[in-house]
Design a protein around this ligand. Structure first.
Ligand SMILES: Cc1cc2nc3c(=O)[nH]c(=O)nc-3n(C[C@H](O)[C@H](O)[C@H](O)COP(=O)(O)OP(=O)(O)OC[C@H]3O[C@@H](n4cnc5c(N)ncnc54)[C@H](O)[C@@H]3O)c2cc1C
Length: 367
């Protein structure tokens, strides 16, 4: 891996159309700074422009910080036509929501770069007990550019590892769903299915039943316990014990669930729980501590165990909805800016003391 600090091509960067940001931190220098630059290009470099990253960027931009957002362009909810449950934005297309967010952060001079971050390398001192010391990182982008920043925010989301069943992936986010809070209302009172994919799938079915009395639980080769069978039956949830062969769709809509015995159980929508694979490799790269459940540990303000590294949204919390991911991001911005203010004050005091020292001159003659 190269240790060079390079510039980002101008064409890749979207910036605010304001005169004061025409020369940005990423585009200002045309020569390579030294390997250890004392003044990183950015106060905060945010990886991921979903709800979490954009929300962090908005608050930091408004705090007049130099901010770059790098995004790979694969938000988790892209397959869905609508986003629900975000107060004041209910029903908005996910892409439209992100476009509004991008326009808002651009107003404050935040730069957005399309790209993939490959690695984060600490370059400054990382003393967790010294809040007056600025951390510093080199952020490596795929394809070459290396950028420097005081703080890094990892808002990279997660990947839904879908059950391996023919026809299922094609309908994901359309009528094969996971979260009933996101899309249950749109299929209320319709014939619904819940596919057993995980140990807690029975709980999933009991939850989905809240949206429709016609709910079928597809055990798919599993054997629910007598207690679970009793609970499902008590709520009027029929159990299909056979193995599921495939999800059947035609004419652009889901038709039903085909069992191994050849029967097709007509359904309008099927709920199936994926395994969550957080995009947290960058947090491993800087040795962030993990919780016993395996997810990277963050405090309520999004601070990881590594000074200067923050994480928000689905990258560290599979339960985060769009509105809560945005809230995580906002909380990070305030705490991160506070750390920057503390470091700025420490540096200013040191500089003021140095400036007030008498200049070197001839030693006084002692008599
Ligand atoms: C089908 C579906 C429908 C959903 N519907 C809803 C809904 O209606 N309402 C709701 O509240 N929630 C919904 N969700 C959940 C919602 O998607 C998440 O809550 C939300 O996306 C989390 O935001 P985030 O910012 O953490 O991550 P994301 O939105 O996933 O954004 C992460 C971004 O980081 C980028 N990235 C990742 N790694 C890198 C890297 N190394 N370098 C650069 N960029 C990187 C990705 O490309 C992506 O753009 C749905 C989820 C799914 C799967």
């Amino acid at each position: 891996m190269s240790d060079r600090i390079t510039n980002v091509p101008d064409a890749d960067i979207e910036t605010a159309a304001t005169a004061e940001t025409t020369e940005t931190a990423a585009t200002a220098a045309t020569t390579e700074p030294p390997a250890h630059t004392p003044h990183p290009a950015y106060d905060a470099l945010i990886i991921g422009a979903g709800a979490a990253g954009l929300s962090t960027a908005l608050v930091l931009g408004r705090a007049r910080r130099r901010v770059l957002v790098v995004d790979g362009g694969e938000p988790r909810n892209a397959p869905a036509a609508q986003m629900h449950g975000f107060l004041s934005r209910d029903g908005m297309p996910p892409a439209g929501f992100l476009a509004v967010g991008r326009a808002e952060i651009a107003r404050y001079g935040v730069e957005i770069l399309t790209g993939h971050v490959d690695d984060i390398v600490p370059r400054g001192r990382l003393d967790p007990h010294d809040t007056g010391t600025d951390p510093e990182f080199a952020v490596y982008l795929a394809g070459g550019p290396v950028l420097t920043t005081r703080h890094v925010v990892v808002a990279t989301g997660l990947r839904d590892d879908l059950p391996d069943l023919p026809g299922l992936r094609d309908r994901w986010g359309i009528d094969v769903l996971h979260c009933p809070y996101c899309h249950g209302y749109e299929v209320r009172d319709r014939p619904l299915g819940v596919l057993a994919t995980q140990p807690h799938s029975v709980e999933h079915a009991l939850l989905v039943r809240q949206w429709s009395p016609d709910t079928v639980y597809f055990a798919h080769g599993t054997d629910p316990s007598p207690a679970d069978r009793e609970r499902l039956a008590a709520r009027g949830i029929r159990i299909e014990d056979g193995e599921v062969k495939r999800i059947v769709a035609d004419g652009g809509r889901l038709r039903g669930v085909e069992l191994a015995d050849g029967r097709v159980v007509p359904r309008t929508a099927v709920f199936a729980g994926p395994a969550f694979e957080p995009h947290d490799g960058l947090l491993d790269a800087v040795d962030c501590v993990r919780n016993p459940d395996g997810w990277v540990a963050v405090d309520p303000s999004g601070r990881t165990s590594v000074p200067g590294v923050w994480a928000a949204g689905n990258a560290v919390d599979p339960r985060a909805q769009v509105i809560t991911a945005a809230a995580h991001g906002s909380a990070i911005a305030a705490a991160l800016n506070h750390d920057l203010v503390t470091a700025d004050v420490t540096r200013a005091v040191a500089e003021a003391r140095t400036a007030s020292l008498p200049p070197f001159g001839p030693r006084p003659v002692l008599t």
